[in-house]
Design a protein around this ligand. Structure first.
Ligand code: CMC
Length: 430
């Protein structure tokens, strides 16, 4: 029998009945779509602490158990056995691709990596010290002006071309942003290279000498991309969905997602973690730093710790921490003082009642910057790397939403606490 909930107005005694909807796994949700009609009231849940904003078949998180599944597959298995482009097709299409399917997808992505030459001209308009996230967000939005030939979001083929273009071109745009900050010439994509090797080449090659791509680095990047590819209704994905729900151009929706990701509470945390480690400086200063974190008046957070959903270890953080050992060793950078510092910081924090009682554990951003740094990627590009990977998830969610015949514009309500109706006063009477 299906479960039902009753909501009672304790003043008037009026009740309303709400059915529970069960997913395949995870807690039920209570359908309150009839609440306003029945009770004349809205629910109030700032920050969506107890609100499911949508139904989705893409990613599942059990925050208490530290479980993350993409289309049902544990992220640990995908990290060990898959690669980023395969994970991207899995997220978008729902099934692991067959050999011909992944070959066709990889070929299409490889052949869409170039961007319109005019689009590269945008970078000349940015100051050399512009943050790459600002440039990437702006240039992604500008793609709407270049690729409007396939913008009928109701047409599955148009949606597919959009998906391939954005996944293929984002590394090219990211590399152009990076080269602009360096004042170096832009390096064109190479179709003989795989996704991450091509990206490394566009980032680090210069026209005057050959650049040897380190396979260890490309493999590490691919693994990081798998781990960042999706995370259900996080702030940036919800932003892409909300913007996309108006029927806007999908590049504009992705650009909105890039902007939402930038904040330090979300994807910007990877950059903030390394700034924090620098400011701590050495193991001897950890206790002093943690006292500041625990002091409510100090407004300092332990960056890379805590998560809205995980109240246990973020499974991605565990994989990335293990990866740090391997990558640093393989690259001959085992004595990495920032890694040592972060390990000690984690150890001390996880024994401290402040973090234990609040169930604050390392999240995906705690260790990822250590690897990006070891690969030579500068701090200001960390969140851009996150954006490249998360594009797969954003596209999957956008596709899922716009192909739903029942798609509705996202339009939350509010609790109004401003002034009641009052009359306009002429300036001399104010
Ligand atoms: N350092 C110190 N205290 C913390 C932290 C932290 N990193 N995170 C949460 N708290 C405390 C917070 O002060 C509050 O304490 P109290 O109950 O005494 O007021 C309690 O824990 C609950 O925190 P909250 O801010 O209400 O939790 P939230 O679910 O709204 O925020 C979060 C989640 C990720 C924004 C937050 O944990 C945070 O700011 N962490 C640091 C930034 C970070 O690492 N962000 C990356 C998140 S994972 C990747 C991604 O989403 O992109």
């Amino acid at each position: 029998m299906s479960k039902k909930y009753e909501l009672k107005n304790l003043t008037s005694g009026k009740t309303s009945e709400h059915k529970a909807i069960s997913g395949t796994i995870g807690p039920d949700v209570i359908d309150i779509s009839n609440l306003t009609k029945e009770q004349g009231a809205f629910t109030f849940d700032p920050g969506f602490m107890a609100t499911a904003s949508t139904e989705s078949k893409i990613t599942f998180i059990d925050g208490d158990a530290g479980v993350l599944l993409y289309r049902g597959y544990p992220v640990e298995q995908l990290a060990e056995k898959s690669n980023f482009l395969e994970v991207a097709t899995l997220l978008i299409n729902g099934t692991l691709p067959t050999k011909p399917e992944i070959e066709a997808f990889t070929d299409s992505i490889t052949r869409h990596t170039m961007v319109n030459e005019q689009l590269l001209g945008f970078f000349r308009g940015f100051h050399h010290d512009a943050h790459p996230m600002a440039m990437v967000s702006a240039v992604v939005a500008s793609m709407a002006a270049f690729y409007h030939d396939t913008m009928h979001i109701g047409d599955p083929r148009h949606r597919e071309i959009f998906a391939h273009r954005i996944i293929a071109k984002l590394p090219t745009i990211a590399a152009a942003a990076y080269k602009h900050t360096l004042g170096q010439p832009f390096i064109y994509p190479r179709n003989d290279l795989r996704y991450c090797s091509n990206m490394m080449n566009m980032f680090f090659a210069v026209p005057c000498e050959p650049y040897g791509i380190d396979p260890v680095a490309a493999e590490a990047l691919d693994l990081l991309f798998i781990l960042h590819a999706d995370h259900e209704q996080n702030a940036s994905t919800s932003t892409v969905r909300l913007a996309g729900s108006t029927g806007t151009n999908p590049y504009a929706a992705i650009s909105a997602g890039v902007s939402a990701l930038w904040g330090p509470a979300h994807g910007g945390a990877n950059e903030a973690v390394l700034d924090m480690l620098d400011s701590i400086g050495s193991v001897a200063n950890i206790d002093k730093f943690l006292s500041r974190v625990k002091d409510k008046n100090d407004n300092v957070r332990l960056m890379g710790f805590g998560h809205r959903v995980y109240k246990n270890f973020d499974p991605r953080a565990k994989i990335i921490r293990d990866m740090c050992y391997k990558v640093l060793q393989k690259m001959g950078k085992s004595n990495n003082p920032l890694f040592e510092l972060s390990l000690r910081l984690e150890e001390i924090a996880l024994k401290d009642d402040y973090f234990v009682s609040r169930k604050l554990y390392p999240n995906v951003d705690f260790y990822s910057g250590i690897i990006y740094s070891a690969l030579g990627i500068p701090r200001s590009m960390f969140t851009v790397m996150f954006a490249i990977a998360r594009t797969a998830g954003w596209v999957a969610h956008w596709q899922e939403m716009v192909s739903d015949p029942n798609m509705k514009i996202g339009r939350p309500r509010q609790l109004y606490t401003g002034p009641i109706k009052r009359d306009y006063q002429p300036i001399e009477k104010r």
